[in-house]
Design a binder for this molecule. Structure first.
Ligand SMILES: [Zn+2]
Length: 236
């Protein structure tokens, strides 16, 4: 009998550093990250059935239908041979998705265990972060960099340290788009936190307006992660 795989849900506004914390766990502990947004982009780019449905939903002016995104994430969890903890990034975003995820956990109690982490940051903080953010252009890498944070700069400033891909700004990292995403996030945040309280799920809160090493150590302490290394060396 294998132990259940820990699944981490990261709540927090866009730009709070969910991707950076995920990369830290991937690099240092060999965990796996699945970012719902990247999964959507990948499915759309590959023209899969669910990708076409999501593209249609977006083209119709809606956020991708909640059930489609949930199915896509559950498929990923079911179809991959998982041995290490998984970090879900950008999912669930709404109470409906959180309910679907909870049902998924109830049906798979022997396989998965839920851990909820809330990254707390002010709107001003995340706006600055996102306007100075760059990502690796390769969809299988997506390493995150920042021109404003020495701990998150690429060595030459133009290519990815990890895979030598080019660095680009994400299309949705413009001021108008960020403000809109923050607005949407805040609409759902209280609902999600209320929902998790209601079902008795504990939430670990981490103040992310701090140095990366402080944030990483808080995470490691909170979950008793073993074999932690390179605590002060950022994400590399
Ligand atoms: Zn890269």
């Amino acid at each position: 009998m294998f132990a259940a795989i820990d699944i981490f849900v990261l709540l927090g506004p866009p730009g709070a550093g969910k991707g950076t914390l995920s990369q830290f766990c991937v690099s240092n502990f060999g965990w796996q990250q699945v970012a719902a947004g990247n999964l959507c982009r990948k499915h759309i780019a590959e023209g899969t059935k669910i990708g076409l449905q999501i593209a249609h939903a977006i083209a119709s002016g809606n956020l991708a239908a909640e059930g489609l995104v949930s199915d896509m994430v559950f498929d990923w969890l079911n179809l991959n041979q998982l041995v290490k903890p998984i970090i879900l990034d950008g999912f669930p975003r709404t109470i409906t998705q959180a309910e679907m995820l909870n049902q998924f956990f109830q049906m798979n109690q022997d396989r998965f265990k839920l851990n909820v982490v809330r990254l707390k940051a002010s709107d001003d903080h995340v706006l600055t972060r996102m306007l100075t953010r760059y990502v690796c252009e390769r969809s299988d890498c997506q390493m995150v960099y920042s021109s404003a944070n020495v701990e998150l700069q690429s060595k030459d400033g133009i290519t990815c340290d990890k895979c030598a891909g080019g660095l680009i700004k994400r299309q949705d990292d413009s001021l108008g788009s960020i403000r809109e995403r923050l607005h949407v996030y805040h609409q759902h945040e209280n609902g999600l936190i209320g929902y998790y309280s209601q079902i008795g799920q504990s939430i670990i809160e981490i103040d992310v307006e701090r140095e990366l090493s402080v944030i990483f150590n808080r995470f490691v302490d909170a979950f008793g992660v073993k074999n932690s290394v390179c605590m002060t060396n950022g994400i590399n």
